[in-house]
Structure formats: C-alpha cells, structure tokens
Design a protein around this ligand. Structure first.
Ligand code: URC
Length: 292
C-alpha cells in the first residue's frame, strides 16, 4: 500500500436546543432562545477508521447530550457566540488526551417577544425572519476564533434602483433601466480582530447598519446603480462603524421582480404588476477586508 494520510473529523449536526431562563432578564420575566447546533471534533481516533478500534471515540450521541448539558450550565442569558465558545472549549478541556480541535456552527431561530395591546407579553413569543449565525473554531492551544453572521435578511425596495451601462453582446436582451424593484435575501458573515464587548449588541448593530445602508434615509432613500455597488457600500459601512470587525462577506442574491407584459393581447402591466421570481436569481457576493 502506498503511503497515505487520512484527515478525519466527527460530530453531530443540527442538534436543536431551546434554553429558557426563568429569571428576570432585561426587565422581562423570562427569556427564550432556540439554537440549532452542529459540532465537529478533530480527535485522535485514527485507529477507529483504520483498525475498527473505537476506544477513543467520543460518541456522537455523547456530543449531542453535551449540547444540552452545556446549555443547562449557562445559568445566565448569553449570546450564541458565547455559548459556542463555551461548548467548543468544553470538548478540549474534557478530553485533553483525545480532542485537539472543535468547530461549532449554530444559528438562532428568531423567536421574538410578542406585543399584545401595545405591551411586551410576559411569556409570549412569535417567529421573526432573519437568523443569527455563528461559527466558533477552537484550536489545539485552546484559542477560539469566532465569526458571526446573519442569514435570510430579506429586504425589498420598490424604487431607487436601476441597472444600466453593462456589457452587451449578441445574447444580451436586458434593457437599461433606472427604475426597478430591488430585493434580496442577504447573508452576511463577519470576523473580529478583537473580541467585541457584547456579541449580541454588535449583531443587532451590524444588522442595523446593513439595513440602513441598503435603504438610505426614510423619505429620499438612496439610489442603487447595481446590487454590486450597494453590497460594497453595505460592507464599507460595517467596517467604518466597527473597528473590531476585520472582514465581512456578503452574499446578496438578486431576487427579480419582473414586470408583467402581455403584448399579444395588447395589455401592458409593467408599471405595477410583477412576477416575483427567486429561480433563477442573480448571485452577487464579495468579501471586504481591512488591509494590514
Ligand atoms: O444589480 C445587478 N447586477 C447584475 O450583475 C445584474 N445582471 C442582471 O441581469 N441584472 C443585474 N442587476
């Protein structure tokens, strides 16, 4: 047999855990989060693959149970980032002879406290839209690298968007326009050069900067000459506002709202009737990083 190298990891994917803190949090009588957690371990289990020797395997069932146990140990409300770091480090400190690295990916389901008669309800929640996403990588030295993000942040504006002056050839049929709808389901992922004071607060503020830059001021808005330019401005605004953020990746599908026209029956609906189409959609993505 020629020389070989086997790279391996194992873990448990998509463990759903809800954590309820029954004590008062931020003036509210309780606080609920739902996380969907995936764990992957780098560990010294080569003989399991090559010899069938399972003696060093931390069973994926044990990994699943640890997700719940660590959530229980977190007696105070905490951000998904802080939970991810705690969980990722747990595997290295609990199995120091076996586990040399861990990767935790999770997203938080957007349960929001409901408002009834203009007041926040004590124990009622409804599901919102976008998700808070987290990735934590714990290295063999015990250091944790954290990236945060948001996904499914669906944004739409009805005007102040166009696309013109693009390259044309024999297959180009798209017309120039300075008036179209612009819609996207934004996915953003950012990394930190230094740990922020509060991951949860930073998440809320980054989201706010992304949304504000996409739309512009409430009445006049801001003109978008392309998804590309708007994406770049959103990324720039985040780096300008948060010195602790080192790099941001944005993925912004262009979800087309195609004006409906029925020329054969002489009906033109284009100004106010559209077909929303998410397939196919444009894919526009970029990462903006600080130069060191
Ligand atoms: O903002 C846009 N960017 C593109 O690259 C593109 N391509 C396209 O067909 N429409 C658009 N819109």
């Amino acid at each position: 047999m020629a020389e070989e190298e086997l790279e391996h990891q194992h873990g448990k994917a998509r463990v759903r855990v809800a954590r309820l803190w029954r004590s008062k949090v931020d003036g509210q009588p309780n606080y609920l989060v739902e996380w969907n957690v995936s764990v992957s371990l780098i560990s010294k289990v080569l003989p399991a693959f090559t010899e069938g020797d399972n003696s060093n395997i931390v069973a994926t069932d044990t990994i699943k149970n640890t997700v719940y146990a660590v959530a229980k140990e977190c007696t105070e409300r905490l951000s998904p980032e802080d939970y991810g770091v705690r969980l990722g480090k747990h595997f290295l400190t609990t199995y120091p002879e076996i586990v040399t690295g861990s990767k935790i990916t999770l997203f938080e389901k957007p349960w929001e406290r409901v408002t009834v008669n203009g007041q926040l309800h004590d124990h009622g929640y409804k599901l919102g839209s976008e998700k808070h996403t987290v990735e934590v990588v714990v290295k063999s030295d015990g250091e944790a690298e954290v990236t945060s993000g948001v996904s499914e942040l669906s944004l739409l504006k009805t005007t102040q968007s166009g696309f013109e002056g693009f390259f044309r050839d024999k297959y180009t049929i798209l017309s120039d326009t300075r008036e179209r709808m612009l819609a996207s389901a934004v996915r953003a992922v950012w990394s930190y050069s230094t740990k922020p004071a509060d991951y949860q607060k930073t998440y809320e503020e980054v989201k706010d900067v992304l949304v504000t830059t996409f739309f512009g001021p409430p009445h006049e808005g801001v003109y978008s000459p392309s998804v590309q330019k708007t994406l770049y401005e959103m990324a720039q605004a985040v780096l300008a506002r948060f010195p602790e953020i080192d790099s941001i990746y944005l993925n912004m599908p262009n979800i087309h709202f195609l004006p409906v026209n029925m020329p054969t029956v002489g009906v033109k609906l284009g100004d106010d009737v559209f077909t929303p189409t998410d397939e196919p959609h444009g894919t526009i993505e970029a990462r903006l990083s600080r130069k060191h």
